[in-house]
Ligand binder design. Structure first.
Ligand SMILES: [Zn+2]
Length: 263
């Protein structure tokens, strides 16, 4: 696989996270391990997407093109860097792609306003992600690449696109990489009334999520602490809030992911 020069330092804790996700017995709340892995994969991808928005505002990065597309690409690159090389952990990367496919399949009929949204359509977020996976290593991600029915001549374009996107993000983030910034990523867990949500969050924590945040926080010079908060929001979503210096992962999103995986 063409390797990205460590968007994130290859993290021992990250691999420990996955090993546990793949092998751990169900935690106390009895969540299904396959669903827990799907929820974890898509939560991680979403975290990296929101962190991308955070990097853009914290480091005042230039964005040419739609920011939502750019940070989607970063999220996929980080997943590939952390988990893409190891056959035992690749399912986490594929699960994040399947998340968009399942979301697209579940979506109700679109009205014209869908075309005005800041994000690409769910099915396009799936195909854009598959394009990067095929571009990085078509063979390693053969299952999801085949399922996507990507035309063979598009794969050649995706190989070029992966190289451009990886090189671009690498150059944007390189000046900010390294230890020594005063800031850290600080996990915050608010209580959930849903035992299922509490179970999936507990499974994520038990598999080393806090260590992963610590590792990322030490890999970039963050000027201040950023909270990563799991909380009720009243909607299925996740946010970067530059004023509050906070990434919020909504409990409703965890619930929605579990429902998608259960179908
Ligand atoms: Zn976004």
């Amino acid at each position: 696989m063409p390797r990205l020069a460590a968007l994130l330092r290859p993290a021992r804790t990250a691999f420990a996270l996955v090993a546990l996700l793949l092998a751990a017995p169900a935690p106390a709340e009895e969540v299904d391990p396959d669903i827990a892995r799907f929820v974890a994969a898509n939560t991680l991808w979403t975290l990296f997407h929101e962190l991308g928005h955070g990097f853009v505002s914290i480091y005042d990065l230039p964005v040419v093109g739609r920011e939502e597309d750019a940070v989607d690409q970063l999220a996929t690159l980080v997943m590939l860097t952390l988990y893409g090389d190891d056959p035992d952990t690749r399912d986490l990367v594929s699960d994040a792609a399947y998340g968009w496919l399942l979301a697209a399949a579940q979506a109700e009929e679109m009205d014209d306003t869908a075309f005005w949204g800041a994000h690409a359509l769910d099915v396009q977020r799936f195909t854009a992600m598959v394009c990067l996976l095929a571009g990085a290593d078509e063979e390693a991600f053969a299952e999801v690449v085949e399922l996507s029915e990507i035309p063979e001549d598009e794969v050649a374009r995706c190989i070029d696109e992966y190289e451009v996107v990886a090189r671009s993000w690498d150059r944007l983030l390189e000046p900010h990489r390294g230890a020594g910034g005063p800031g850290r990523l600080i996990p915050r867990y608010e209580a959930s009334d849903s035992p299922a949500v509490a179970g999936f969050v507990a499974a994520l924590r038990e598999s080393g999520f806090d260590d992963l945040l610590a590792e990322i926080g030490q890999s970039y010079r963050l000027p201040y602490n950023i909270a990563v908060t799991f909380a009720d929001c009243g909607e299925e979503n996740a946010f970067w809030d530059p004023e509050a210096r906070e990434i919020t992962i909504c409990h409703e999103m965890i619930e929605g992911l579990a429902a998608l995986a259960s179908e």
